[in-house]
Every structure is written in structure tokens, then in C-alpha cells.
Ligand binder design. Structure first.
Ligand code: NAI
Length: 328
């Protein structure tokens, strides 16, 4: 029998955790033939709630689920981890400045990076979901010097999926008719969803739409501000769709992206497309043999350049801010 894969989920008692754990345990993260062991990390006050979720996981009798352990200590939670889903983070409270937010998250992602460095399996892969996701991933990575840098990624797949549906609606096509969507930059309101390289039934997304005003004033802000619109409508932030995107990200990382398509993920820049090396920025990516690769050779026009640069600039500033705090 196959050895179970250890999946550590932080913030396991939160709303994304609740939407995520059942899908991992049912086999949707790694595929229908891969048994999993869940390692849940929570803060002490939320351990009891995590235990409740674990009871429900037991009650599903998932054939692939080979164990659930719950921790309030990062070193234990990441011991032997193969896949780390870093969901728990410190949200911005009223009046909190960016530096305070980054510092509070440094207090979470620095020790978690250290724990990953100390105990993770050789093939560990990390996806940071907790915001500010790109910079939190950078902090964790900085404290795991023995783990290859490329194993630290942040999630822009939700933005990617949002962009697919918005474009499909506009064009009256199905989401599977659209290939090669791209999210560039930061998982924030500055992100740039790019339809110039998207393919839709033999043409590009931008040509099929043929409406720059819609692209600029409707599509881009709708995708970039979708998180706020969900909060406004639901009274709570995106949870099931965020969990779904986390499943998609890790599934494609491990199993590969389909031939003739790509996806979006925030991965450490190698300097491609003028994105400073080391920044964890969203790119068009394919996955082969368990590794992300940035799609090369795309022509970037002035409209896209300006927007990519603005989002990357925000990431550079976040890196500067966490450098000043001694977090990277
Ligand atoms: P939530 O508040 O429902 O749950 C967060 C959980 O994390 C809580 O149970 C809390 O106790 C736990 N936690 C806090 N600090 C922790 C620590 N040091 N170790 C372990 N657990 C800890 O929040 P929700 O809705 O589940 O969202 C989680 C994060 O995901 C937020 O930062 C949110 O902004 C982010 N997010 C990111 C998205 C993306 O596309 N990248 C999309 C949606 C949400």
C-alpha cells in the first residue's frame, strides 16, 4: 500500500479550513489513489473547534484518510510534512497600518518557516493562503534556508478562477472554452488579470471581447475587488471558493497542468518579465514533474506593462517593509 502523504493545514478551525479539509480527505487534493494523513495546526483557543471538525472528518469514513492529528505547536504540526497549506493568518483590524499587519504576520510565518525547515519531508511543498499571502510566503521561505526556495508559493488561483468565469460570462462561452488566463503580481487589489494571451475558440480573450473600456473599468476591477464584493454580499469572506482554489493549486503542482494550457500561481521570481528576482509574484505557469515553470516569451504591451509593474512595485514595497522589520 502507498505511504500516506502528510498534509499540514494551519488555521484548520477557520472557515477556509472547514471547506478545505473534507476535500483533502476525499482525495481531491492529491488524487483518488493517494492516502493522506492530516496534521492540523491551530492556536490553543481554537484547538477544541478543530477537534470538532476532526470528529466530522471521522464521521465521513473517507477511505483515503489515514489519520488526523491536532497541534497548537508549529514544530510538531510540520514534522514530516509533505504538503503545507498555510491558511491561518492575522487579519487586518481597524486602523492597522501595513507595517503592523506585516509584523503581526511575521509572528506567525517566521516560526512556521522555521518549523518547516526543521522537520519537513524532502519533497515538501508549501502553499500560503493566509493574507498578505505573497509576503507571508516570503517570510516563511526566508526562515527555511534548507528547503529549496521554489517550494514556497502563494495563492492567486482564486483570482485566476474568478477571471475565467467573468470572461466566460462576458463572451457567453463555457469556462473550459478559455485557456491561458493569467494573473500577474500580488494577491491584492493591484493584481492584474490579463486576457491578452488568453485563448478563446481560436482568438485571444482581448480580441474576442474587443472592448477596452469593459476590460479596464469592469473586468479588471471586478476580478481584483471580488473578495470585497463577497464580504459585502455574504457577510463573511470567500471560504469555499478559496478552499477550491487551494485544491486546484496543489493538485496541478503535484499532477501537472493540462497540455496546451497554463494557470496562475505566485512563485519566486527568477527575474522573468522584469519582476525582481526572489519576489513571490503571480505568473502564468505550467507544472511538469512536480515543478512550476514560468511561461516564457509572452509579449507584454504597454497596457499590461503598466499594470504588472504597479502590482510588482507593491510587492517590492512589502519586501522592503518586512526587511526593515528584520523578517526576511
Ligand atoms: P478565519 O478567521 O475563519 O480562520 C483563520 C484561522 O486561523 C482561525 O481559526 C485562527 O484561529 C487560525 N490561526 C490564527 N493564527 C494562527 C496560527 N499562528 N497558527 C495556526 N492557526 C492560526 O479565516 P479564513 O476565512 O479561513 O481565512 C484565512 C486566511 O485566508 C485569511 O488571511 C484570508 O485573508 C485568507 N484568504 C486568502 C485568499 C487568497 O486568495 N489568497 C482568499 C480568501 C481568504
Amino acid at each position: 500500500a502507498q505511504v500516506p502523504v502528510n498534509v499540514t493545514v494551519t488555521g484548520a478551525a477557520g472557515q477556509i479550513g472547514y471547506a478545505l479539509l473534507f476535500r483533502i480527505a476525499s482525495g481531491q487534493l492529491l488524487g483518488p489513489d493517494t492516502p493522506v494523513k492530516l496534521r492540523l495546526l491551530e492556536i490553543p483557543q481554537a484547538v477544541k473547534a478543530a477537534e470538532g471538525t476532526a470528529m466530522e472528518l471521522d464521521d465521513c469514513a473517507f477511505p483515503l484518510l489515514k489519520g488526523i492529528d491536532i497541534f497548537d505547536d508549529a514544530t510538531q504540526a510540520f514534522d514530516g510534512v509533505n504538503v503545507g497549506l498555510l491558511v491561518g493568518a492575522r487579519p487586518r483590524s481597524k486602523g492597522m497600518e501595513r507595517a503592523d499587519l506585516l509584523e503581526a504576520n511575521g509572528g506567525i510565518f517566521k516560526p512556521q518557516g522555521e518549523a518547516i525547515n526543521a522537520g519537513a519531508a524532502d519533497d515538501v511543498r508549501v502553499l500560503v493562503v493566509g493574507n498578505p499571502a505573497n509576503t507571508n510566503a516570503l517570510i516563511a521561505q526566508a526562515h527555511a534556508p534548507d528547503v529549496p526556495a521554489e517550494r514556497f508559493t502563494a495563492m492567486t488561483r482564486l483570482d485566476h478562477n474568478r477571471a475565467l468565469t467573468q470572461l466566460a460570462r462576458k463572451l457567453g462561452v463555457g469556462v473550459t472554452d478559455i485557456k491561458k488566463m493569467t494573473i500577474w503580481g500580488n494577491h491584492s487589489a493591484t493584481q492584474y488579470p490579463d486576457i491578452f494571451h488568453a485563448e478563446v475558440n481560436g482568438t485571444t480573450g482581448a480580441k474576442a471581447v474587443d472592448d477596452e473600456a469593459w476590460l479596464r473599468d469592469d473586468f479588471i476591477p471586478t476580478v481584483a475587488k471580488r473578495g470585497a464584493a463577497i464580504i459585502e454580499a455574504r457577510g463573511a469572506s470567500s471560504a469555499a471558493s478559496a478552499a477550491n482554489a487551494a485544491i486546484d493549486h496543489v493538485h496541478d503542482w503535484v499532477n501537472g497542468t493540462p497540455e496546451g494550457d497554463w494557470t496562475s500561481a505566485a512563485i519566486p521570481s527568477d527575474g522573468s518579465y522584469g519582476v525582481p528576482e526572489g519576489i513571490i509574484s503571480s505568473f502564468p505557469v505550467t507544472s511538469r514533474g512536480g515543478k512550476w515553470e514560468i511561461v516564457q516569451g509572452l509579449e507584454i504591451d504597454a497596457f499590461s506593462r503598466e499594470r504588472i509593474d504597479a502590482s510588482v512595485q507593491e510587492l517590492v514595497e512589502e519586501r522592503e517593509a518586512v526587511r526593515k522589520l528584520g523578517l526576511v
